[in-house]
Design a protein around this ligand. Structure first.
Ligand code: B12
Length: 319
């Protein structure tokens, strides 16, 4: 096959995969990384496109992308032959529908419902699978905003109504954190990447918001340092100095209006250089509005707000 290289649009048309899915697979799996132009645009060889085409066929027939992304073209051809032999019904040769021809009922709302079912069934594997699928469908940031954020709200509501047991909530929180951390590795490791430290201050034990912020920042190309929950101000400041980060993000969820948190916020500002960016989010932030104003924190209500704030910070850093 020749040396001609193609854009992602051509790779998408010829492989049958959307450009979005191609980019998500590239981020998540080894073995589908195209060349880049000097301006960092993706360039696909004939082999790359052939591999994407075969991966599309194999995933349509039910193979999991995580299991097959690393295979080369001959191995994929063998695999497809074997799958078609083992599941003759999946091929179109005798007029029976291909899996890819079936109506696609996937939606973010259905994914959240499915994740709630996995939570109730204590099915951590299913939980992981549904989140992986959401990432492929929506991309990493879409999965965080459209699936994980509503899911944590629903879990909270079920818990409040007494419809969720402690094991169900704990298992879901553990699965969520482990999945989100597993998605962080591919992003933000370039030596020039801006750096951010993420924590919750004293007595703030809920950490999923902080983990979501970590995943989102990593996805936007930041090198992230997540140092966990209930970290005293002087320790946060010391870790920020140790890693020479460019910003700190704090998540405030529960309790509301705690004087210890107010003191932590003031101590933190006093330990940082003038104007150092401190981003604050989480559902309890409103109850700390006065303290946040006095420490000149950048308040973010939602993950899209965070995307915006990090992009602004990033461009001010590179200016
Ligand atoms: C998991 C969970 C737990 C776990 C925590 C496990 C862990 N290691 O984190 C455990 C079981 C320990 C727990 C305990 C409790 N919990 Co709890 N918990 C939750 C749950 C389901 C998710 C928690 C979470 O991390 N949320 C944080 C994020 C995901 O949500 P968020 O604050 O809305 O943040 C959003 C944005 O603001 C943004 N964001 C968050 N942080 C940041 C930071 C920055 C910088 C930016 C930019 C953005 C950002 O991201 C989110 C995206 O949607 C919530 C439900 C919920 N909706 O949050 C209840 C919830 C927070 N818990 C609640 C309660 C009452 C408790 C307990 C008091 C229960 C009890 N009776 O013991 C204890 C308190 C423990 C303590 N001392 O703090 C209540 C709080 C109610 C209130 N008045 O605030 C909630 C809301 C459930 C409910 N609906 O009743 N909980």
């Amino acid at each position: 096959m020749g040396d001609v290289k193609h854009t992602i649009r051509i790779a998408s048309t010829r492989s049958g995969l959307s450009a979005h899915v191609i980019r998500v697979w590239e981020k998540r799996y080894v073995g589908i990384q195209p060349d880049r132009t000097q301006t960092n645009r993706r360039l696909y060889s004939e082999e790359d496109i052939e591999k994407l085409r075969l991966l599309k066929q194999a995933t349509d027939l039910g193979c999991r992308i995580a299991h097959i992304a690393h295979l080369d073209i001959p191995a994929l051809v063998d695999l497809l032959a074997k799958v078609r032999r083992d599941q003759p019904d999946a091929t179109n040769g005798n007029g029976i529908q291909l899996v890819s021809d079936l109506p696609d009922t996937w939606s973010a709302e259905n994914a959240v419902t499915q994740l709630m079912r996995h939570t109730r069934d204590l099915d951590q594997e299913g939980f992981h699978r549904s989140l992986s699928e959401a990432t492929v469908r929506l991309g990493h940031q879409g999965m965080l905003c459209d699936v994980v954020a509503p899911l944590t709200r629903l879990i909270g509501q079920s818990w409040e109504k007494g419809q969720m047991t402690i094991p169900q909530e704990h298992a879901a929180s553990a699965a969520l954190k482990s999945f989100l951390f597993s998605t962080i590795k591919p992003f933000g490791n370039a030596s020039a990447a801006p750096k951010i430290l993420i924590a919750t201050p004293s007595d703030q034990l809920h950490e999923i918001g902080a983990v979501m912020v970590t995943a989102m920042a990593a996805s936007l190309g930041w090198k992230t340092y997540f140092i966990g929950s209930s970290v005293p101000a002087h320790e946060i400041a010391a870790a920020a100095k140790q890693k020479s980060v460019h910003a700190i993000a704090l998540s405030l969820v529960y309790p509301h209006g705690d004087p210890q948190v107010v003191k932590d916020l003031e101590d933190l500002r006093a330990s940082l250089p003038e104007g150092f960016p401190v981003l604050v989010g989480g559902q309890a932030q409103g109850s700390y509005a006065k303290a946040l104003k006095s420490i000149r924190a950048i308040r973010c209500q939602t993950l899209p707000d965070l995307q915006q704030s990090l992009r602004t910070l990033q461009s001010s850093l590179s200016a």
